[in-house]
Design a protein. Structure first.
Length: 106
């Protein structure tokens, strides 16, 4: 189950051009360090999750394993997408705050 606020934020981020999806496009941005947050669906393959966790750790980028592929894909209107990159820091901060269940300090 995906939080409806996160659905809305992903949709807004998509419309503003601040959301990238798909493994290859996302990995390219991570390597270029042009990313505020990476979201990988919890039902993505173990290999996908591991590869993105390693890339994010290497590049100092926050990553969240969250939601299911179907729910996240529906939020942006694109089928079968497991990996998302948020380029906008404000959207990223708000989504991290919702996922963690509280306020972000700092």
């Amino acid at each position: 189950m995906i939080n409806h606020k996160i659905e809305g934020l992903l949709g807004l981020c998509m419309k503003s051009g601040g959301l990238v999806f798909g493994t290859d496009a996302c990995m390219d941005l991570i390597e270029k360090k042009k990313v505020s947050l990476v979201i990988v669906a919890s039902d993505a393959s173990d290999r996908t999750k591991k590869n993105f966790e390693i890339a994010c750790k290497r590049n100092g980028i926050p990553i969240c394993i969250y939601g299911e592929i179907e729910a996240l894909s529906n939020a942006i209107g694109k089928p079968n997408k497991a990996v998302y990159v948020l380029k906008n820091q404000n959207f990223a901060d708000e989504i991290k705050k919702i996922i963690s269940g509280g306020e972000i300090i700092g």
